[in-house]
Write a protein that binds this ligand. Sequence first.
Ligand SMILES: Nc1ncnc2c1ncn2[C@@H]1O[C@H](COP(=O)(O)OP(=O)(O)OP(=O)(O)O)[C@@H](O)[C@H]1O
Length: 318
Amino acid sequence: MAAIQITNVKKRYQSLQALDDVSLTIEEGEFFGLLGPNGAGKTTLISIIAGLNRADSGSVKIHGHDVISDFRNARKKLGVVPQELVFDPFFTVRETLRLQSGYFGLKNNDKWIDEVMENLDLTSKADANMRTLSGGMKRRVLVAQALVHKPPVIVLDEPTAGVDVELRQTLWKFISQLNRDGHTVVLTTHYLEEAQEQCNRIAMLKRGKVVALDTTAGLLKRISGSQLIVHLLAGVALPETLCPLVLQAGSNEAAGKFALRVTAFTDVEPILATLRQTGVVIDDMYLQQADLEDVFLQIMDGKSVDGISVGTSMGGAR
Ligand SMILES: Nc1ncnc2c1ncn2[C@@H]1O[C@H](COP(=O)(O)OP(=O)(O)OP(=O)(O)O)[C@@H](O)[C@H]1O
């Protein structure tokens, strides 16, 4: 059974189509990234998943429970870390987490609360009042709050926005461990290197539509932005047949360094063959891979990227 099944979800705010027929299947155990520029519809989709906002049409199910008709069971399966830091300032960290446990009918939850606080480096702040905490500490409490009922599905809406390196590391260590333990994780972030590192599959949203959906490795492999960097011995010219492949950026012909456009590993062999045939001596050579940011920019620019399914739903596990 899918962890999250989103089927034909549409949402309109006045004249703005915030979500335009979104369908996605996120399988149990996935670490799934939801990416898109500001205003793409990520938070709207997450709030519909969390039952905080209603779709105009379509449906969302969490472990088979509809988020509207079976809200209580759907909510039990889900932990959401919202983007905004909203708290009751009068409670301590521990009280906040006990209160949250109470919403899920959990009375003796202190053992797990202690464990979560420990993993998020919050133990020293357990009895501190929420209003005295720094922004980073408050974000840790938000994460802890989402986890008090041990939900099998965890959704994080930009969890690392404006947080320091230490918290990022603590957070990713803990979330990765939860994912290894079998929890499904859905993440939105503007830090693409974070998505590239953590997520096994990624959907990209643009103006409310899914414009790319693939494994992270698949997205990276299919990008036509990789470069083969070749350093030729000083004073040696590049064979003429290779000149059309030279990219302006990164090429320093005077120093014998050229950046050549390659779209697949199989492009490398003919380049090497040409260099061999013309007797050109290579001093150094390496492949510079495109990263997720290149893929993201290419897709958001509306350029096609081979092999990415566009606007379709697709299941798949790690
Ligand atoms: N309550 C609302 N009323 C009217 N318009 C809204 C409302 N909530 C969101 N929108 C609009 O819907 C669109 C999608 O917003 P949403 O917050 O879902 O995007 P996002 O992808 O999460 O963006 P960001 O990366 O900035 O958080 C935006 O154009 C936003 O202005």
